[in-house]
Design a protein around this ligand. Sequence first.
Ligand code: FES
Length: 672
Amino acid sequence: MSTVDAVDTAPAAERHALPDPGEPVPKLALPTLGIYLGAVAAFAASTSAFITGVVPFWVTILVNAAVTFVMFTVVHDAVHYSISSTRWVNGLVGRLAWVFVVPILALPAFGFIHIEHHRHANDDANDPDTFASHGKTWQLPFRWATVEYFYGSYYLRRLRSRPVAEVAETGVLLTASLAGLIIAILTGNLWTLAVVFLIPQRIGIVFLAWWFDWLPHHGLEDTQRSNRYRATRARVGMEWLFTPLMLSQNYHLVHHLHPSVPFYRYVKTWKRNEEAYLEREAAISTVFGQQLNPEEFREWKELNNRLGRVVPVHMPARSSATHSKLHRIPVAAVDPITADSTMVTFAVPEELRDEFRFAPGQHVTVVTDLGGVNVRRNYSICAPATRAQLRIAVKHIPGGAFSGFVANTLKAGDILELGTPTGTFGTPLDPLNRKHYVGLAAGSGITPVLSILETVLEIETESEFTLVYGNHTKESTMFRIDLERLESRYADRLEVVHVLSADPLHTPELRGIIDAPRLNNYLSTTLKPDQVDEWFLCGPLGMSTTARDTLIEHGVDPDRIHLELFTGFTTEKKKPPTDYQGATLTFTLSGSENTVELAAGDSVLEAALQVRKDAPYSCMGGACGTCKAKLLTGDVVMDQNFALGRAELDAGYILTCQSHPTTDQVTVDYDA
Ligand code: FES
């Protein structure tokens, strides 16, 4: 396995980084809620005014067409979870608005179709919205007017892969809409229904397809995957008119770059990052359709050097500690994740920040005293390496001393001994990379993969990540909400495939476990091994080793497979202790040298611990790599090694917990 290098890539990073939109998802987007309530009021007023004969039919048609248009903006923000940081609020408000737009598909079904548009924008083969943005000019009005029926056929073709609940919700909504239409016909109210909904909705749909699909995307040759800055355009000029009229879709490019930004913040986001977008040659046209390259735009605006700010990428740096060192660290927060897992966040003091920096995928050793017993566990860090936040997730194990303590006793303010981060599960990141990574994780195996996934998406703005994540049920899925948030934020670059073993309502094709038959199926269909650059495997031993073997059978280079094991391995020695010999061990730890006589059968670590209690270790099973040291003289054999990669072995590193001397004199250096 490789390590993450803190290379000096700042200039390149600044060129390629996706600028920070600077607009977090609000607790509650009041403008979005406001236009929803305003649209409901307008619909109610114009409908009752028509029914009571106060206004002519065409007034109601125009008002209710505007309602359809406005309601779609509410729906659009709901499917991107930008109405509220409280997830269910988006689902509720989105559904309430959706009935005014296209009540023949469930909101989640539309969400799926829309996210496919984000992933594949402008790609004729895969983008559902090219139906409305491409085509002969004379066809366009017909395409715009029938776009939801195309969505329906697009959805039908993928029905088997969709969740049962989503399909069922679509069935209910479609049935209810058809029933409403039939009742209106049978009761002689078809004209009223047409004026109040059918005609306005058709007009609204035409404008939506025109303004959301055609105006931002037509005529651009790039796709989201080939160049996300040039698969969608911004239309500049006359913002005073077009921004309120189009509800900010004149800056649709901002939406494709930052899908979680609420619609009313597009222009602000554009202004904040304008120079960064121009550096990436973003597609721009004037409101009259004149295409502008960045220079022309600068001239056009006469605002060179006035707006925008590039936010540089902060490459994660590794711990400054030479080996894992224990420090007493206060707990900042203890939060439940699922019914049987807990997140622990640490408050690392300022003076130890450098020692506790970590690379994505690394882990820490946690030590505490439980009833007089010194308990030592190893946990992967489950935060992106770009944040100064150290947190771990602890899965409760029935009867588990430490996990039970975390679930029932540990609280903010308590002190735990925490080792500085170690481990090599990861890969060097580079903002210029354009890679496809795949994570195969099960249960708590998500923790290091989540750290890698988040860091990759933040740093490598052209790379993609596919996560196949196995769990029992939706409810037992750790970080489910975080993953949904990330999917929404990185809609075009992150795909999460949930495999559930105990959820009878889950998509049939994804019911079960991540085993060899399922992987064989993926690798022959959607996850083409030759299109994946690196694989990250973490979960129970059986899953991880099966996955590794299956990948190799499919021709994946073992060097591209990163494997992290922390449970389920044997610690039995392969050979009886009598095969080992005694030796004189000299080791360097934290700058000082010790010499100790190592008894036959003892490991290098066991000997070192006789004279230095601070010798680093955690799992004692060859999996975590915490006990790593460099062999300087002599020779050893290792019982097992699940932690060191080829490069580290070639460089002379050993796992001291697994190493037994085969020479009389052995010298190792923990600081190297
Ligand atoms: S202590 Fe975990 S590999 Fe040695």
